[in-house]
Design a protein around this ligand. Structure first.
Ligand code: GTP
Ligand code: GTP
Ligand code: MG
Ligand code: MG
Lengths: 276, 291
């Protein structure tokens, strides 16, 4: 945007709006932000394009920053990893298991997707990569039973970090959301320490991402979001609306398919990628 | 929804047939917002609203008793026209076996679609063979084998890590086993991953598929056009399958991909079960996008 020249002409404001829309910030949030910045510029509170961009960056960063605790930051904890189909839950559980175990946590994984073809086999490979034990039950078992077994094993092993992978599901499926609520209840009953819920969201997701977060938050209560696939061209701007409406902190980002491709969330970097 | 919002815009009209420029502007703003909220690509929205505006300042709206409803009708007509006609048949060249290759971003639903397509083609009297060319994702091949086994449809898995070699061996296997259509599942890949895009292009060149189909997640936002454009340039696909339409994503990405690449949408994935694949309905999709 800055390369097009320092002046705040019509082209600049249109380009700025396009950048925000392209990042999936949403039509309403984008027009509110641009209108407000134009007003500030008109009242000469912002002298040039650079000032506008700096301002937008710091506003976006402020919206997605959070002082709520990182659910992975203070063991002991049991974390349920949830989300719609294909967002990267299983892969993220594998990455988290590796990094948390390398940081000195005693990690146990629960193979809670007993539904999808080869989900158990997929997670098993990740557990091997992370060198972390994984608790399984045969394909088709009740996921609540897997949670039960996992927490038993965690207690026996003196684990302090339990990561439970769950099957992908659409928030529009009442039955599947009820199943997940039951899984959480069993976890809370059996876990000797706090149970947290983390939503895995795909950065390529558009406005439906807000609906997803809302529904999963309503059904379970969300303690964190992992935003995946930021190594692509999608910017995940929908999380700004999520942060604004629900206040759920973004706690990690996925930046690739490898075991080490998980990073802390940096609000400034996130904002800069949107309007850099 | 858009209908209500346009009614509100036109409710302030005091006399019929006198639509001002400002009225039309207000109406076009509502159309633009509705489409952006439905994840239609921002460039596609610009072009689309310009076309609707042309018709909105014409006689049909100016002379209408209910200009708001007229504009909605125009928007629906234009959306449906943009979605294209429904052509949910897969055209095969006649060479045996026919080859269908699936591509797309990570997690879009390719492996599931591969099995669903195999199921559909078998119901249509074909004898499909699934070929597992995702050599990267843990247990991807196990996943395809499990789905094949559920359906009683054979799956070819190779020894190699070279997907071209696996695919070619898969085609030979189909010939040997008298299977008349091969469905190739490939790894999810980013359009900005040069190596993986080169692999997809090489696989297509080796297989010369009858159909290359890109699988796109219905909840994809603005990035759908970036991905589809790159796949069209680098691999070139014949059609699109939109997955996860059983959710409540509006699906504007489907419209944008169609508008920008000109490729038809062939099928809709509407669930995790292996019979959850429907022909694509353009007017239904247009209505859904409008909300
Ligand atoms: N490029 C990229 N790909 C990712 C990332 N995270 C996950 N993936 C890929 O996304 C695809 C889906 O990942 P999974 O972990 O199976 O997703 P899931 O949410 O567990 O899927 P379901 O259990 O089927 O709902 C795989 O191909 C992963 O390799 C990421 O950060 N970047
Ligand atoms: N609800 C619903 N889920 C679907 C649909 N199609 C696929 N899925 C689910 O989406 C998730 C991802 O599907 P996959 O077939 O593994 O996707 P993929 O494109 O092969 O993933 P990668 O190989 O990792 O790129 C799985 O949980 C599927 O069951 C659909 O139409 N509706
Ligand atoms: Mg999974
Ligand atoms: Mg796959």
């Amino acid at each position: 945007l800055l390369r097009k020249g320092p002046d705040l002409d019509q082209a600049f404001w249109e380009d700025l709006e396009d950048a925000l829309l392209q990042a999936d910030m949403g039509a309403l949030a984008t027009s509110e932000m641009v209108d407000r910045l134009r007003d500030l510029a008109a009242r000469e509170a912002l002298p040039d394009a650079e000032a506008v961009i700096d301002r937008i960056q710091s506003e976006i960063a402020a919206e997605v920053a959070s002082d709520r605790p990182d659910p992975f930051g203070a063991p002991p904890v049991t974390v349920l990893v949830v989300g719609v189909n294909g967002t990267g839950k299983t892969t993220s559980v594998g990455k988290l298991a590796k990094s948390l175990s390398e940081a000195g946590n005693r990690v146990v994984i629960g193979s809670g997707d007993t539904f999808r073809a080869a989900a158990i086999e997929q997670l098993r490979v990740w557990a091997e990569r992370a060198d972390v034990p994984v608790v399984e039950r045969p394909h088709g078992s009740d996921p609540a039973a897997v949670v039960f077994d996992t927490l038993e094993a965690a207690k026996q092993r003196g684990a302090d970090t339990v990561l439970i992978d769950t099957a992908g599901r659409l928030h529009t499926s009442a039955d599947l959301m009820l199943e997940l609520a039951k899984v959480k209840r069993i976890a809370e009953r059996e876990s000797p320490f706090p149970v947290r819920v983390v939503l895995v969201m795909d950065a390529t997701t558009g406005q439906n991402g807000l609906v997803q977060a809302r529904e999963f938050d309503r059904a379970l209560g969300l303690d964190g979001i992992v935003l995946t696939k930021l190594d692509g061209t999608a910017r995940g701007g929908i999380v700004v609306a999520v942060a604004r409406e629900l206040g759920v902190p973004i706690v990690r980002i996925g930046v690739g398919e490898g075991a080490d491709d998980l990073e802390p969330f940096d609000p400034g970097a996130f904002a800069q990628a949107i309007v850099g | 929804n858009l209908s209500d919002r346009l009614q509100a815009v036109f409710a302030k009209l005091t006399s019929r047939g006198v639509l001002s420029e400002a009225d039309v502007d207000a109406a076009m703003r509502e159309v633009r917002m509705a489409l952006l909220e439905a994840d239609v690509n921002f460039k596609t929205v610009k072009e689309f609203v310009a076309r609707v505006r042309e018709r909105a300042v014409g006689q049909e709206v100016m002379k209408s008793l209910t200009p708001g409803q007229m504009v909605v009708k125009i928007v629906l007509e234009e959306l449906t026209a943009l979605m294209g006609t429904s052509e949910s048949r897969l055209v095969f060249s006649g060479r045996l076996p026919a080859v269908v290759m699936l591509v797309g971003l990570q997690g879009s639903g390719k492996t599931t679609v591969a099995a669903k397509l195999a199921n559909l083609l078998r119901k249509q009297g074909k004898s499909p063979l699934l070929v597992a060319c995702d050599v990267y994702r843990p247990a991807a091949i196990d996943q395809l084998e499990a789905l094949g086994s559920q359906l009683g449809i054979p799956v070819y898995r190779g020894e190699a890590t070279d997907v071209v070699a696996i695919a070619e061996a898969g085609v030979k296997d189909a010939i040997a086993r008298m299977r008349d259509v091969v469905i190739v599942d490939t790894a999810g890949r980013l359009h900005v991953d040069e190596e993986m895009m080169a692999e997809a292009a090489a696989l297509k060149a080796a297989l010369r598929p009858d159909q290359v189909l890109m699988v796109i997640d219905a909840m994809t936002g603005q990035d759908a056009v970036n991905a589809a454009t790159a796949f069209a340039e680098r691999v070139d696909f014949d059609g699109v399958i939109v997955s996860k339409l059983d959710g409540d994503a509006r699906g504007g990405a489907a419209l944008s991909v169609r508008a920008v690449t000109g490729r038809p949408i062939k099928f809709a994935g509407v669930g995790e079960k292996l019979d959850a694949l429907e022909p694509f309905h353009p007017e239904r999709m247009a209505k859904r996008i409008l909300g």
